[in-house]
Write a protein that binds this ligand. Structure first.
Ligand SMILES: Nc1ncnc2c1ncn2[C@@H]1O[C@H](COP(=O)(O)OP(=O)(O)O)[C@@H](O)[C@H]1O
Ligand SMILES: N[C@@H](CC(=O)OP(=O)(O)O)C(=O)O
Length: 424
C-alpha cells in the first residue's frame, strides 16, 4: 500500500483526560480513521505533565514527593479501573510497572544532578503511561494496534527539555520500520519525547506533542495530519478570553505559523514547518464534535482574514542601557543575545533606542536573575513583570480599540498587518 495513505492523529491531554475521553478516542478512530493507515500520537493525560514537574521539583530539593506522586497515580488508577474492571489485566500490570519505574527515577534524583536532564527522564513518563493505556484500551476494543516507543525513532541531541531533532536519522528510522507496521495495524506512540544516541530520554519543549506528530507525518510522507482539540478548529482568538470567536474553515501555513509564533497556544509553533515542507495538510478538529469540518491548514492564500487576537500573559519587559551613554552597538547587542541564549530566555518582542534596548519575554524569575547576574557589570538593567503581550494580526481600528481600550501601554510595535502591545 502506498505511503500516501498514511494519516497521523494527535490526541492532546484534554482528549484523554478521563475514561469517557478514552472511549471517545476509540470512537473517533473507528468512525473517522478507518480507510487509511493510522498513526496515533498521544500526550500525557490531562494535567499530568504539570504534576510530574511538581514531583520532580520536590525530589530535586530532596523534599517529600510522595503526596504529589500518589495523587497522580490515583488519578491514573481511577481511569484504569473504569476502563479495565479486572485488576489482573495486562493494562494494570503495565501501568503499575511504569509507576514503579517513575518512583525509582524520582528516588534516584539528587540535588547535584543536572536538573534539565533529570526533568526529561521523569516528566516523559506522562506520555509513556498514557500511550500504554491507549494501546491496551484500543486493543480491548478490538482496534488492534502496536505500541511504539517514540524515543527509538525521534532522534535528538541532548539539549534537555528542548531537544533538537536529528532529521536525517529520525526520518531514516521511521521510514525503515513504521510503514510495514502501519500496513498491518494501527500504531500508537507518544508525543513530546525523543531519545539520544546514548538511549537517554529527551523532551521537545512543553506542548511539544503537536510537533512530534508533525515529525512522524513528515518522515512518513503522510497524506494528512489531524490534531484533535476541545475547540471547533483554529479560531481567531482563544475562546477562554474572547466570547465571540470565529473559526477559520481554511487558512495558510504562513498565517498559522505566525499565530503560533505570537502565542496562539492551540498549535505548537514548530508544528507547521515540517508539514509545509512536504505540503501535508493539517486539520484542527474538535474531539467533542468530530463530525464538524474544523480547520484545514495548507497551501492556500486569502487576501483578507478576520483579525486574530493573541494574548500572552505573565510577560516581563527588560531594558538594557549602556552605562556611559554611548549608543547601543552591534557589539553590545551581541553580548545581550548571547546571554539570553545561555539562560534560555526567548524574545517575544524587542525594540531599541539610542541608548537602550528592550525585550519582552515570558517571565521566568530564575532565568531573569541569572541574566541580570551575567550582564549587570556592563548594562543598567530595569524590568517590569506581570505584563501581558497583545498581538492583533490583520488589525483594523475596531479591533485595536476592542483590545487595547484604556490599557496602559508600555511598549508598542506595528507593521502593516500586525500590531503588538505590552500592557500592564
Ligand atoms: N486561536 C485559537 N484557536 C483555538 N484555540 C485556541 C486559540 N488560541 C488558544 N487556544 C486554546 O487552545 C486550547 C487547545 O489547545 P491545548 O489546550 O494545547 O490542547 P491539547 O493540550 O489538548 O492538545 C483551547 O482550549 C483554547 O483555549
Ligand atoms: N504533555 C506535554 C506535551 C503536550 O504537548 O501536551 P498537550 O498536547 O496536552 O499540550 C505538555 O503538557 O507539555
Amino acid at each position: 500500500m502506498s505511503k500516501e495513505k498514511i494519516k497521523v492523529y494527535k490526541f492532546g491531554g484534554a482528549s484523554v483526560k478521563n475514561a469517557e475521553a478514552f472511549r471517545n478516542v476509540a470512537h473517533i478512530v473507528r468512525a473517522y480513521g478507518g480507510e487509511r493507515q493510522l498513526l496515533l500520537v498521544v500526550s500525557a493525560m490531562g494535567k499530568t505533565t504539570n504534576a510530574l514537574e511538581q514531583a520532580l521539583d520536590l525530589a530535586y530539593r530532596q523534599q517529600d514527593f510522595e503526596a504529589v506522586f500518589q495523587q497522580s497515580e490515583a488519578y491514573h488508577a481511577d481511569v484504569l479501573q473504569e476502563l479495565f474492571p479486572s485488576p489482573d489485566s495486562a493494562a494494570h500490570r503495565r501501568i503499575k510497572q511504569l509507576f514503579d519505574e517513575l518512583r525509582s527515577a524520582l528516588q534516584r534524583i539528587s540535588s547535584s544532578d543536572n536538573y534539565d536532564k533529570a526533568y526529561d527522564q521523569v516528566v516523559s513518563y506522562g506520555e509513556l503511561i498514557s500511550s500504554a493505556l491507549l494501546h491496551h484500551y484500543l486493543q480491548e476494543q478490538g482496534l488492534s494496534n502496536t505500541w511504539v516507543d517514540s524515543r527509538e525513532y525521534i532522534q535528538t541531541d541532548s539539549t534537555w527539555r528542548e531537544a533538537r531533532i536529528d532529521w536525517p536519522g529520525t526520518e531514516r528510522l521511521i521510514k525503515r520500520d513504521l510503514p510495514p507496521l502501519l500496513e498491518q495495524q494501527l500504531v500508537v506512540t507518544q508525543g513530546f519525547i525523543g531519545g539520544t544516541g546514548e538511549n537517554l530520554t529527551t523532551t521537545l519543549g512543553r506542548e511539544g506533542s503537536d510537533f512530534s506528530a508533525a515529525i512522524f507525518a513528515y518522515a512518513l510522507d503522510a497524506a494528512e495530519m489531524c490534531i484533535w482539540k476541545d475547540v471547533e478548529g483554529l479560531l481567531n482568538a482563544d475562546p477562554k478570553y474572547f466570547p465571540d470567536t470565529v473559526c477559520y474553515p481554511e487558512i495558510s501555513y504562513q498565517e498559522t505559523v505566525e499565530m503560533a509564533y505570537y502565542g496562539a497556544s492551540v498549535i505548537h509553533p514548530k508544528t507547521i514547518k515540517p508539514l509545509a515542507n512536504k505540503h501535508i495538510p493539517l486539520y484542527v478538529k474538535s474531539f467533542l464534535h468530530p463530525a464538524g469540518k474544523g480547520t484545514r491548514i495548507g497551501d492556500c492564500r486569502f487576501e483578507k482574514y478576520a483579525p486574530a487576537y493573541i494574548i500572552k500573559e505573565n510577560q516581563c519587559l527588560v531594558s538594557f542601557s549602556v552605562k556611559d551613554f554611548t549608543f547601543v552597538s552591534e557589539q553590545n547587542l551581541g553580548t545581550i543575545f548571547k546571554a539570553l541564549s545561555e539562560v534560555r530566555i526567548k524574545i517575544n518582542l524587542m525594540q531599541n533606542s539610542a541608548i537602550s534596548f528592550s525585550i519582552c519575554a515570558d517571565y521566568h524569575p530564575e532565568r531573569l536573575h541569572r541574566l541580570i547576574g551575567t550582564l549587570q557589570d556592563q548594562f543598567i538593567i530595569h524590568y517590569n513583570t506581570a505584563l501581558t503581550l497583545y498581538t492583533i494580526k490583520n488589525y483594523d481600528a475596531e479591533s485595536l480599540n476592542r483590545v487595547i481600550g484604556k490599557k496602559e501601554v508600555l511598549l508598542e510595535q506595528r507593521t502593516r498587518t500586525t500590531c503588538q502591545f505590552v500592557c500592564r
